[in-house]
Design a protein around this ligand. Sequence first.
Ligand code: B1M
Length: 213
Amino acid sequence: MSPYDDLKLNVETGKRDAVQAQVKQALDEGRPAQEILQEGLVAAMDVVGAKMEAEEMFIPEVLRAAKTMEAGLEILKPLLAVGDMRISGTVLVGTVKGDLHDIGKNLVAMLLSSAGFEVKDLGINVEPATFVEKVKETGADFLGMSALLTTTMPMMQATVDALEAAGLRQQVTVLIGGAPVTQAFADQIGADGYASDAGAAIKVAKELGAVAK
Ligand code: B1M
């Protein structure tokens, strides 16, 4: 029994108003925004994922749950900001080609932005060539790629290779993440960093930023 059981069920079943009210209530009770995010909203999506895998939930219901989760996240957003120190660094973020999942990527973008990075979000289903073009165009310091499907992870490798072929690999620090992505995979494809969640993404970007050009 967790204090977030009701909230999780309401995310799962798409009860937007109830979710927003419960998030507000949890904040009023003094619960930390990070806890509400992880143990409530993100945990609900893990239940949804398990049900999706077991074919107990289907795409329209999963989408509804995702939108409901985002409605809860809207309320937490201002409280998840992690500081106002400006850091010199531009980060391009995007979900790789073939992949439409963007909740995690949006969360990473939001927290990086609140940590002081200048973030440019390229959206979902981003081709390796588009990542390369945008790195060239913006001179970004970091490229952050997200993948939620094992079948789209190879697009991260394709993007790293395309950066190499364009002679841009040394100019940009590549950071990757997403549920199926691991440090071992990051090492394998020659990415500079891996982060398991949005909080870790900031930490890794700051560490890598300190050693970048
Ligand atoms: Co999708 N889906 N989905 N789905 N979906 C998963 C990923 C899945 C694990 C569900 C399951 O079967 N258990 C499974 C993947 C299996 C696999 O590849 N091993 C799956 C599948 C199979 C599919 C489809 C193929 C289903 C189908 O059509 N038959 C299809 C593919 C569509 C496509 O992309 N081409 C599909 C579709 C969808 C929806 C569109 C319905 C919807 C996405 C809506 C949207 O994003 N706007 C959806 C959803 C919601 C999910 C689950 C349930 C939840 C994902 C989520 O938003 N989590 C997911 C199951 C799960 O992950 N538990 C599932 C919450 C979010 C905050 O976490 O995205 O992990 P996450 O992000 C985290 C970290 O990973 C990390 O930080 C984030 C915040 O802490 N992170 C980074 C992410 N990116 C990062 C980048 C970084 C650093 C860290 O650096 C740059």
